[in-house]
Design a protein around this ligand. Structure first.
Ligand code: SAH
Length: 397
């Protein structure tokens, strides 16, 4: 883009400080003037009140007015996306995630990869791209091209899936579809286990790659245990528990579609194995009706109970109630894997909710592990909001 024709957004005095610390967001309240003809999704220059150019980013209508792609006063290079994607790919290589027995990982985690508004998950030779900002929506073809041009990455298909992630008010009417390539199989491998990834109909990009390492940890605890995987979705934890030598594994999800995905993934890895059963029922109903001591390894990985700050109080009550049920029913000597993926729930709040449930249950509870999101979901230190997944592994006597 020719920066000489770029619109300029000027900030109010002293509002440049967070940007100088490389925070990617410009809030609308920090802006002194907005050009009349500015359009949603446009690439803009952001300038301090003294005229200093602070960076360039995508403009958006809303409380986050600009998501900065680059800091400083140099123009955005033409190969910006290629460079950022290659750097993201190099990091995943460094992390050891690209191996014959592992071909699914997150390539781009928004601000954590200096690409605010963009999420990309890789499943074998298919990339699933989600734009969270109008700016990234407009760049989607450039992004798709850059993805398929990275020689080492061997990405042949790019599926764009932003129908539910773009701001509804922007009226961009994005269609979920292939930008490059086409459907040519959807089985990906994670730590040697195979998964059907349903990016066409599934939630998010089709699979929760963020639980990979926590699933691998669970596998180590599974031997000889009776496992209950609550909110199983694609059955990730269940498949690892099976490989870990669980005596039996019950997977629960209220969605019949999720239950079918779990069945398919068990069948793919452990065909006809009688140790596994799926239950398409509500988690709270299942927990209320199940007998005590039936399970000595329980996973609670619910959807975000607090999607916004306004839902925080009820969300925390939800976590407390859910965990109370598990403490009430888990067998003595049992291990509980409990998670929250709500970004607005801090690690401390989650601990407090879980520990309150533990205290009320009267069980003796010890912390074995404190879990988080894996390294392919990096958190930029200037953008702590990028941290969202929290987990605790507890030993319950
Ligand atoms: N643990 C999964 C991800 C869970 S996503 C993994 O590792 O991939 C959350 C899941 O909870 C979704 O599949 C959703 O269908 C399910 N869910 C939401 N509300 C539920 C409820 N009340 N009871 C049971 N499942 C529920």
């Amino acid at each position: 883009p020719d920066t000489s024709i770029m619109e300029t957004i000027t900030l109010k005095p002293r509002k440049e400080e967070s940007i100088l610390r490389h925070h990617h967001w410009v809030f609308s309240g920090a802006i002194a003037n907005l050009p009349d003809d500015i359009e949603e999704g446009e690439l803009v220059n952001v300038v301090a009140s003294d005229g200093r150019v602070l960076g360039a980013g995508h403009f958006q209508i809303g409380s986050i007015a600009v998501r900065l792609l680059q800091f400083g006063d140099s123009p955005l290079p033409d190969d910006f996306f290629r460079m950022r994607l290659e750097s993201a790919f190099r990091l995943r290589k460094t992390l050891g995630l690209i191996r014959p027995d592992n071909n699914c990982f997150r390539l781009v985690h928004g601000e954590g990869d200096f690409l605010p508004g963009l999420v990309i998950d890789i499943y074998g030779d298919t990339a699933v791209v989600q734009a969270h900002s109008p700016g990234m929506h407009f760049e989607r073809l450039k992004i798709a091209d850059a993805l398929t041009q990275m020689p080492d990455a061997r990405i042949r298909n790019v599926y764009y899936k932003s129908e539910t992630t773009l701001p509804y008010k922007a009226q961009l009417d994005p269609q979920n579809d292939y930008l490059i390539g086409h459907f040519d199989g959807n089985i990906a491998t994670e730590n040697g286990l195979r998964f059907n990834i349903d990016w066409l109909r599934g939630q998010k990009t089709g699979f929760f790659v963020d639980q990979r390492e926590n699933r691998a940890l669970l596998e180590k605890y599974a031997c000889g245990r009776n496992v209950l995987n609550m909110f199983c979705y694609t059955g990730g934890f269940s498949v690892y528990a099976m490989r870990g030598g669980a005596l039996k594994v019950d997977s629960v999800d209220s969605s019949a579609k999720a239950a079918a995905l779990t069945d398919a993934n068990i069948e793919l890895n452990f065909p006809g194995d009688p140790r596994h059963a799926t239950h398409a029922v509500d988690a709270f109903k299942f927990l209320a009706e199940m007998p005590k001591d039936a399970y000595d390894l329980i996973i609670l990985d619910p959807p975000a109970f607090a999607k916004h700050r306004s839902a925080l109080k009820n969300g925390l009550i939800g976590y407390r109630k859910l965990n109370s049920k598990a403490f009430e029913k888990i067998k003595s000597g049992g291990v509980l894997f409990t998670f929250s993926c709500s970004q607005v729930v801090t690690r401390e709040m989650f601990r407090l909710a879980v520990f309150t449930a533990a205290a009320q249950s009267g069980r003796k509870v010890r912390i074995l592990h404190q879990l988080t999101q894996p390294a392919d979901h990096p958190v930029d230190i200037s953008h702590p909001e990028g941290e969202y997944l929290k987990g605790l592994v507890l030993y319950v006597e």
